[in-house]
Design a protein around this ligand. Sequence first.
Ligand code: SAM
Length: 232
Amino acid sequence: MSTSEAPKPADAEIDTQKQLDYWNSVEATPNGMLGGYEHISRIDIQGSKNFFAKLKLDRTPPLRIADCGAGIGRVTKNFLSKINSEVIVDIIEPVKKFTDEIAKPENFVEEKAAGKIGKIVNVGLETWTPEEKAYWIIWNQWCVGHLTDAALVEYLKRCAGGIKDGGMIVVKENISNCPDDVYDEIDSSVTRTDHKFRALFKEAGLRMVKTEVQRGMPSSLFQVRSYALQPN
Ligand SMILES: C[S@@+](CC[C@H](N)C(=O)[O-])C[C@H]1O[C@@H](n2cnc3c(N)ncnc32)[C@H](O)[C@@H]1O
């Protein structure tokens, strides 16, 4: 009989306290949010705008958005708050020192976005439940790697209950270029394969409306892919 054990799945190493310790050590700046690659922010935001436009969502108010794993609000400030004059963006982010930046009115004055910020909720997505049918968009960018596969499926099921009719869940994440998911011990996250993402969306009862690879990223970085999802 063989004594060798099957290798652990990548998400078995996920440690929430380690994640929080890491992010609390990171500077509350765009460069901190992007791991030293601040210069990719502009192209990322433009890619998100293009992807979102193609979804052709109905814009009948209320237009409440959740920016999940929002960090210092980079996506909210440059994109989500500017979609429409009616939008209100709730911020879901476990690290308070990041959301303290969002709460500073001077950081959102230039874009006239200050009045667009709704609630700021300092929790991890593994414990957040959106209000029922409250959101037009639930935007998740560069953060769901902090959840185990099982926690991500449960979270996505809760999101399905949290979007209003015609609303959309968007997941925009790095994609593993290996055959399997890859664990990153620095921030205790997993980078998933496209195949794994699709399987987890299916398990959560979500239908993929659109998916697209972000163009123009440096070839030294992971591929970045956006997925637009709705309940089946
Ligand atoms: C790479 S940054 C991305 C921030 C923002 N989405 C952006 O694109 O600029 C990852 C963010 O995920 C947050 N995070 C860490 N653990 C999390 C968790 N369990 N749930 C939600 N967000 C988490 C971090 O605090 C950090 O703000």
